[in-house]
Design a protein around this ligand. Structure first.
Ligand SMILES: N[C@@H](CCC(=O)N[C@@H](CS)C(=O)NCC(=O)O)C(=O)O
Length: 251
């Protein structure tokens, strides 16, 4: 096998960056992860000649590949085994659709809830920062965090209205993950690109003390813990009780 080295640009606590990491690990590709500072990451990604402003962003084999769904396809091109997509066309389109749903419909929900929560209570921030590979000491990252959290909450539109809607949508989103598992699109012995797309989103939700008890016992929670056992960071109780009722009732 041709040796290969990759550099992954991420942000602390970024679940699609975990998606990319898990896929690199699955392929057995050596990589180094570097976490950027949120908000400051945008000019840095530009300076690194990436076309977009989001992570995961990967330099591999002289190529710049950005976005979790672009990365899954590029990794299959660069190293075919083990495949991230099934060979059978029908099975492949089911995995592609689940991966698209995970990216476009699910991924933003834990992201908005996390920035909203960190604006109200920063006590959980240390775990995310310590679990990252930032080029600055933890103490300095924590000290400079408040304006960064404010900016990130703003550009992610993590408003009260959006998070209220996200928490109301959560039971339906988790039902969909459960149904993908029941249909065999997710959760096979050999994980695919959709497993790697969806599990880190559910795993980030499980970093919330408010949400974990209602998720961990269901198929989506078990799947997330199996595909993505490590996810540094924990957010203590911070979400409004009345908004948690639908999720608790569905558990
Ligand atoms: N959905 C895309 C984008 C991922 C995304 O939005 N990543 C966040 C971190 S979790 C980000 O880079 N945010 C920074 C920004 O929007 O400037 C993917 O899966 O690659």
């Amino acid at each position: 096998m041709r040796p290969m080295a990759a550099r992954l640009y991420a942000l602390p606590g970024s679940h699609p960056s975990v998606t990319a990491e898990l896929m690199l690990q699955r392929k057995g590709i050596d990589y180094r992860r570097l976490d950027l500072v949120p908000a400051v990451h945008r000019p840095l990604l530009r300076a690194l000649r990436f076309p977009g402003i989001t992570v995961p962003a990967l330099v591999i084999d002289g190529r710049r590949v950005q976005g979790s769904r672009t990365i899954s396809r590029a990794l299959d091109e660069i190293r075919a085994e083990p495949p991230l997509f099934p060979a059978d066309p029908q099975a492949r389109s089911a995995v592609e659709e689940a991966e698209r749903w995970g990216d476009e419909d699910l991924q933003a929900v834990p992201r908005r809830i996390a920035w909203w929560a960190l604006r109200r209570d920063r006590s959980g921030l240390r775990g995310f920062v310590e679990g990252a590979h930032l080029p600055l000491p933890t103490g300095l990252a924590l000290l400079t965090a408040p304006p960064i959290i404010l900016a990130a909450a703003r550009y992610n539109a993590a408003t009260d209205e959006a998070v209220t809607a996200d928490l109301a949508a959560l039971p339906g989103l988790l039902d969909h993950v459960d149904s993908l598992i029941a249909d065999g699109v997710l959760g096979a012995d050999e994980p695919n690109a959709a497993d790697y797309q969806i599990a880190p989103s559910v795993r980030l939700l499980m970093c919330f003390d408010d949400l974990r008890p209602a998720i961990e016992g269901r198929p989506a929670g078990e799947h997330a813990l199996r595909v993505c056992p490590e996810f540094p960071g924990r957010i203590g109780p911070v979400l409004p009780e009345n908004l948690l009722e639908p999720l608790r009732a569905a558990a």
